[in-house]
Design a protein around this ligand. Sequence first.
Ligand SMILES: NC(=O)c1ccc[n+]([C@@H]2O[C@H](COP(=O)([O-])OP(=O)(O)OC[C@H]3O[C@@H](n4cnc5c(N)ncnc54)[C@H](O)[C@@H]3O)[C@@H](O)[C@H]2O)c1
Length: 251
Amino acid sequence: MQIDADGKRIAMVTGSAKGIGRAIALTLARSGVVPVLVDIDGEAAKKVVTEISDEGIETVCFVCDVSNVGEVRRCFADVFDSFGAVDILVNNAGILSTTSITELDEAEWQRVMDINLKSAVFATQAALTYMMPRKWGRIINIASMAGRMGGFDTGCAYSVSKAGMIGLTMRVARRVASEGITVNAIAPGPTNTELVQGFAPEVRKRLIDGIPVGRVIEPERIGETAAFLASDAAEFITGAVIDVNGGMFMG
Ligand SMILES: NC(=O)c1ccc[n+]([C@@H]2O[C@H](COP(=O)([O-])OP(=O)(O)OC[C@H]3O[C@@H](n4cnc5c(N)ncnc54)[C@H](O)[C@@H]3O)[C@@H](O)[C@H]2O)c1
């Protein structure tokens, strides 16, 4: 199926059926980019497609388990067949794990690494095959404050996977810096999505007490940061980690 994007840039956003990914897709659409939704939950993704269509932007969703490298490669090929380009990739899909180092087993470690980190490595690899010939691209990795300072109530594998996203960002940014492609990470603090809404009330209170602005971050703020990094205006920002955490690093 060929979709006419009317000259607009094409952005693949993983994990965009809900939460931060949904907000990124909506914000990109409002900034004049066509967001292509990639999620394991096709039904929820279709609802976001409808929301975006209601704003006058035609798009589609693709069902893909980003932890499966074969599915990721097939998904990129399908998007390229449909739109003729992959200009922007947002590696956002991720799961929370709260298992501590003392309880962690190999299966949990592997599950978190596959969904949170391996997914981004191979999606990045696939994206570069489409971006490098065009000498333009934007890759945005959704890391976390947990990958910067260990996290508070996050588990060991989660924090390690998010620190890995930051290493991936810098390594690939350096590799493609001279090819018109930027690679950056956003490290959100606690953000108002199902992932955090599932925390026990006392944990939420403790989190909020540690945020100088006094509330959790709305996903739209992450969406706007991603839209800026995806724009031409951000051409000189690469290999950076943008902290969107309400001032938590001030202590
Ligand atoms: N919410 C927070 O406080 C917070 C803070 C820092 C970083 N993050 C990161 O932001 C990203 C999004 O988090 P969120 O809070 O919006 O989560 P969420 O649970 O609300 O949404 C995650 C989305 O990813 C999809 N997904 C999960 N596994 C997938 C897979 N294997 N393949 C494809 N899609 C899959 C889900 O279906 C869902 O649509 C994650 O990487 C998370 O680690 C979140």
